[in-house]
Design a protein around this ligand. Sequence first.
Ligand code: GTP
Ligand code: MG
Length: 375
Amino acid sequence: TSELTVQALAAELVVPETEVIKILFMKGIAANINQVLDIETATMVAEELDCEVETQEEESEARKVSEMLDVEDLEKLQARPPVVTIMGHVDHGKTTLLDAIRETKVAQGEAGGITQHIGAYHVDLPHEDGIQQVVFLDTPGHEAFTAMRARGTRVTDIAILVVAADDGVRPQTLEAISHARAAEVPIIVAINKIDKEGAQLDRVRQELSEHNLVPEDWGGETVMVPVSALKGENLDTLLEMVLLVAEVEDLQANPDRPAKGTVIEAHLDKAKGPVASLLVQNGTLRVGDVLVAGSVFGKVRAMVDDRGARVETASPSFAVEVLGMSEVPAAGEEFEVFVDEKEARSQAGQRTDQQRHTRLQQAMASRRVSLNALS
Ligand code: GTP
Ligand code: MG
């Protein structure tokens, strides 16, 4: 447990230290900036400043639900599909695995067999009495993820780490592990290409163990499923594991509010203009909505789902291609729908590279602080 000084509390509340000292003084407490405060006193100060106080328990609960949720959402939460990212070294079979899951043939149609951009795919999996939808993200060289990581955005709920059994742990495998860890996302390992002659499952398990991914049957906690994406072997087990992990995660969002989410990828189409793949993480996105993605303004002209079908709405966890952005937003940027178009335009204007600053101001405006340092 760390000690909370007047100085630290002032920083946490984003007020001058003198302000805190003044409040303490009014309550008959003479304090200097290095004075250590107990939780009651610190809470009293925060309340005097009209700051909402979160205990650590509440905060970790909120974080568990998602960083995209606001306090107001907590009463209207509904289950949402898990967003699963397939990561791994080049050629280890990410796209083939996703194809097998979708039972389509995306890899064959790709130029040179290399994934060109992040695709987001919705898959209906049979589960218990009904159907569970899962959204899969296929990733290229992780540039977008690097961008998202730099921005501190979290888009995925579960990572499937594909490791080819004939090649083992490679540099991008490690990169993927570190991405997933940074995002605090559970990792399910798919040991792929088990149909191949040179497949060495135990070597892969050993190598992963050296990086603290220890298989369950070796006494560790990491789910590792040997599969053949090419032959479609053992994919059922892999998907069962995905659903199991998703259930534990208890994923929720509030569909009944303007949408918020992340730009998965974007490009300029000669005919259509800027095209952005948006992952809705909270709320519902609708045709006609006015939004800001990073510093780019947009008005949703049309939306297309992963099968190329036009859609009118996109609910939490769904990804759509959106037409109507004024420019091409950067992958990894957060987007937000504004009820008021004028407000959106001015927000877009303001949000240049000062975005971080703006966010801080918003945080101050909402007066929502964490007294984490207290416990
Ligand atoms: P990048 O997108 O370029 O990073 O590659 P990727 O990880 O998506 O790999 P991809 O699915 O394109 O597969 C690479 C090669 O491995 C292709 O020739 C696949 O046919 C082959 N492959 C994938 N899975 C299996 C498998 O389970 N068994 C065998 N034998 N080959 C596989
Ligand atoms: Mg691929």
